[in-house]
Design a protein around this ligand. Sequence first.
Ligand code: GLA
Length: 404
Amino acid sequence: MTGITWLAAWPAEAGAERAAAGFERAFYAAPTGVWAAPGRVNIIGEHVDYNGGRCLPMALPHRTYVALRPRMDGIVRCESAQIDGRWQASLHGVAPGTVSGWGTYAAGVAWALRLAGAHVRGFDAYIDSCVPFGAGLSSSAALEGAVAVALDEVTGWGWADDDAGRTQLAAACVRAENQIAGAPTGGMDQAVALRAQAGCALLLDSRDGAAEQVPFDLAAQGLAIVVIDTRARHANADGQYGARRAACEQAARLLGVASLREIADTGEREAALATLTAAGRRDLVPPVQHVLGEMARTDAFTRLLRQGRLDAAGPLLRASHLSLRDNYRVSCPELDAAVEAALGAGALGARMIGGGFGGSAIALVRAGQAGAVADAVAAAFAGAGFDPPAFLEALPSSGASRVA
Ligand code: GLA
């Protein structure tokens, strides 16, 4: 089929040049440097990070590039190739609830780093990105991660030098996103943006922040992951995300545990579901079923990965999707159509990824099958009257770094 859109990742030099040139046009000066951080795909472990669970994301080669120059007057000015106009604020006025708009992701990181003790005194930044915006591929965490390593370096803070420091930077990014940008997300996206290593998936334990780099060599197993950006964007995503998170927290309170992870670890699944039902909260049963089932699937997937048996992992992805669709209810017609069409074209497994209500799905395919799967998904979308989807190849890449 013709007319399929594959979104290629920019080579680092090209991204750095674009961001630096944009900076010079916007601010009539050269930036101090250019930093970049990746978007991500979560292979499995969806909606478990804020429940203390393990998830298995990987960084994409698609990155957000931030050309930045520090200022001493407390002002933050941001421009982006993807968004019209300038976002500007005084850092002294940045606090929860005082600022809004896309620049909060950048200024929020400055606010969080200042709280942690870094001497951030303002900056100018120009942002350019090949992470598709609003595609559920964590363009916001990529922006936060790139700004975090930039400010870390220009202030001489030095946290980006090792994984322990990067864990602190990720925590600052989560604080920025939760409190300044106002999105009640967990920590998966920021962790992978800052801590990922090329060639590996990041097995992240959200209970204590521990992360393990697990080699993820799809090509060696004759496999590939195709990312399907459905181009469906849902405006109510934040409210729905917060509602799911609140339901899980309520369930944990009723069950007398700090997080649903404790139920997964003790294996008291049926007893927990019975307790919720007896408490008159039958409505909490399906979300809890999703979370506990997804924790088990993530462990099973990780075992197959370590055994070099990813070709047997397809049914776990499929089951994850069905649970997100039917128990957690965060899918949408475009995501369902993408998954069904990919499976129909012979994908080993497929599922929606990220928060849901639009965004992207992934398909695990045999090498050489990616084109046929993309064709089938595009044809299904055309048949259903959906906007054409876009496709990306997922190659496990590295976390945030300086690129120029
Ligand atoms: C979004 C959030 C993450 C995570 C996923 C769902 O991407 O930012 O913290 O909760 O949704 O797994």
